[in-house]
Design a protein around this ligand. Structure first.
Ligand SMILES: Cc1ncc(C[n+]2csc(CCOP(=O)(O)OP(=O)(O)O)c2C)c(N)n1
Length: 643
């Protein structure tokens, strides 16, 4: 049994309105049958919201611009289901549309080894955004919508949300952004079934949904979310609107099965096989549980390859390196490189977009803003929205840089970055003001866990450049790279690193290579591994010991999650090993070295130099002294270990 319906907008206009209504009504029955089958078979899932939203969802899929035979067609409209738990509705709709055989989704819903996970994932053809953490979908949809405008794709974005979900604060951030940028290609629909897990939305957390959206500048329409002709008419009106539209769709949880209707219990409870049988009889749809059970039992878990290339190449030029000869800040070098890259790549099919959260002058993105204002998205103090929106933008052939302070770009938005990681985005998060180096702002602003948090993300890499020259090369290297990267830097000016001969180490012929560590000084008594801001201080300390005839190997690690195994083996042979970082001693470079020592099976003494508690306010040099990380303290610590 296959339900292959290939409707794209051109075809929609060929069928009469009545035929379309009849078609969607029939599909809705098939979808309700599928929702009940799959949730009962798996014994888990969310049938209630799936059945309340299915009429709207199918009405959208039947009238939006897409082609299931070409899921990656760049100019397609996109549908985001912010409520990832209504996966049964999404899988049913996509199966009916022809993205994959519907029976596979029914039989293998939530089964180990199938792509049809409990909450929707981008691995499933037709799913545009993996969701499940409520409140993030509107930000992703806004990202898709603004990217469509910047790339002149002429496509629309639809997003379906829950009414309980409206309690999330990030939604107000996303609403304001969409209104500010007048995203008239964005249509949001709220499945207003007035129930959530704990009961009535009005009792759990009263709010005036309509007024909130209107107050933020959206046009609001209301519709009976089960009246297909009315839904189609409302969608037509929404497409004509000149500002973002929210459709408040009045629905019934569990719609279609009398004993499920308006019962909060069915938000996340499934039917027994007997109840399912009863429900299918009421829907006048055949009971095929046994057939699907056989398919499920016969399933062999298999590794699945993604249907899309999540990381397409970007045609962007790296330009020419800028050389810094005297003390400079890495953030200044980042800002200069960004502005240069923006200018030399202007007009590229892969635009460079920069997202800011009211910190452009500190994170040094103002030159880019002044040169390319259209591609500079001022997102206000709305970091949760900015993180998700930037992730979504980065999936659309745009090189998106989001720049912020470390505590906001990584710590504040860790969950959003995690969801970006799960979504295989290509975001470049460039954070400044990391570490104790922030100084006077105090502990709320001293981000000392940027490496440890990144460590948890399986597909996000981190680069911590050591001086302005390396920062410039890293940013230029990154310009055509897909994937998620964090680039971190402190606040202060740093000396330019030199080699043993006194020449600039990261000169114009230096090419950054991810994962490669750089030997700055050769030595035989011990090895210092240093990352980021403290590299110059560690170098000075090692040089002072060289004057005394003590030769310590000094290795600059720009990618603190990667240490080449041979460097560790070699270091263990020489003597004590030091990790030096403007970061907590937990989870950072010291942890990478510990793991590398264990993995290499060597024995070594490791002395971790970093923050051992939250720092306090002060001049950064004063604070480095307090934590034993200034040049004199480092020298003392290195020397003590040698004796
Ligand atoms: C950020 C977040 N908090 C909590 C949850 C757990 N959760 C899943 S669904 C849900 C209720 C959603 O209610 P509503 O938006 O009305 O959806 P419906 O009940 O109509 O399906 C909650 C609290 C979650 N998925 N994400």
């Amino acid at each position: 049994m296959r339900y292959k319906t290939k409707l794209i907008i051109e075809e929609v206009h060929k069928v009469s309105k009545n035929d379309l209504i009849a078609k969607i009504s029939k599909q809705a029955k098939i979808a309700r049958q599928a929702i009940l089958h799959m949730t009962t078979l798996s014994g888990s899932g969310h049938p209630g919201g799936s059945m309340s939203s299915i009429d709207i969802m199918l009405s959208i899929y039947n009238t939006m611009r897409h082609n299931p035979d070409f899921p990656d067609w760049e100019e397609r409209d996109k549908m985001v289901a912010s409520i990832g738990h209504i996966s049964p509705a999404v899988y049913s709709s996509l199966g009916i549309m022809g993205y994959f055989p519907l029976e596979e989704a029914i039989a293998h819903f939530r089964q180990y080894g199938s792509i049809f996970e409990g909450h929707i994932e981008r691995e499933v053809p037709g799913v545009e955004w993996s969701s499940g953490n409520l409140g993030q979908g509107l930000s992703a949809a806004a990202g898709f919508a603004i990217a469509s405008k910047l790339k002149h794709l002429g496509s629309r974005v639809y997003v379906i949300m829950g009414d309980g979900e409206q309690q999330k604060g990030q939604l107000s951030e996303a609403r304001r952004f969409a209104a500010k940028f007048n995203l008239d290609n964005l249509i949001a629909v709220i499945d207003y079934n007035q129930l959530q897990i704990s009961g009535s939305i009005h009792e759990v957390m009263p709010q005036n949904i309509r007024k909130s959206w209107e107050a933020d500048g959206w046009q609001v329409m209301e519709v009976n979310g089960h009246d297909i002709p009315l839904i189609l008419h409302t969608l037509e009106e929404a497409r004509e609107a000149t500002k973002p539209v929210m459709i408040l769709a009045h629905t019934i949880m569990g719609k279609g099965v009398s004993f499920m209707e308006n019962k909060a219990k069915y938000h996340g409870s499934t039917l027994s096989k007997e109840q399912c049988s009863e429900a299918l009889a009421e829907l006048e749809m055949p009971n095929e549980l046994e057939n699907y059970q056989s398919m499920r039992d016969a399933f062999k878990p298999k590794a699945h390859s993604p249907k899309v290339d999540f990381h397409p190449a970007l045609a962007l030029k790296p330009g020419k390196p800028m050389l810094y000869a005297s003390e400079s800040d890495c953030r200044g070098a980042w800002g200069n490189a960004l502005a240069d890259l923006g200018k030399i790549n202007e007009g590229s099919p892969n635009p460079i977009v920069v997202v800011d959260c009211d910190l452009a002058s500190s994170v040094k993105t103002s030159d880019f803003r002044d040169a390319l204002p259209k591609y500079f998205l001022q997102s206000g103090i709305m970091e949760h929205h900015a993180a998700v929106m930037s992730g979504a933008i980065s999936t659309m052939g745009i090189q998106c840089f989001w720049s912020d302070f470390g505590v906001f770009g990584i710590d504040e938005t860790y969950n959003m970055q995690r969801l970006n990681d799960i979504n295989h985005t290509n975001l470049k998060t460039v954070v400044t003001h990391v570490g104790i180096d922030v100084g006077a702002d105090g502990k709320t602003h001293q981000c000392i866990d940027y490496i440890s948090l990144t460590r948890n993300l399986f597909d996000t890499k981190i680069i911590c450049p050591a001086d302005a020259n390396q920062t410039d090369r890293v940013i230029r290297w990154l310009i055509d790279k897909p994937g998620n990267y964090f680039v971190t830097m402190g606040r202060s000016k740093l000396p330019i690193l030199k080699n043993q001969e006194g020449e600039i180490f990261y000169g114009t012929d230096y090419c950054f290579e991810y994962g490669k560590a750089d030997v700055l000084r050769i030595g035989d008594r011990a090895t210092v591994f240093v990352t980021g801001t403290l590299t110059a201080r560690a170098t000075k300390a090692v040089d002072a010991l060289r004057e005394e005839g003590l030769f310590i190997e000094l290795i600059a690690v720009s990618c603190p999650l990667e240490i080449p195994a041979e460097l560790i083996t070699e270091a263990a042979r020489k003597g004590p090993i030091f990790s030096v970082e403007d970061h907590s001693i937990h989870g950072g470079l010291g942890t990478t070295i510990t793991e590398a020592i264990v993995n290499a099976g060597v024995k070594a003494k490791l002395i971790r130099c970093g923050a051992e508690s939250y720092p306090v306010s002060g001049e950064s040099e004063e604070l480095f002294q307090a934590f034993g990380l200034d040049c004199a303290s480092l020298k003392k610590r290195f020397k003590a270990a040698l004796s």
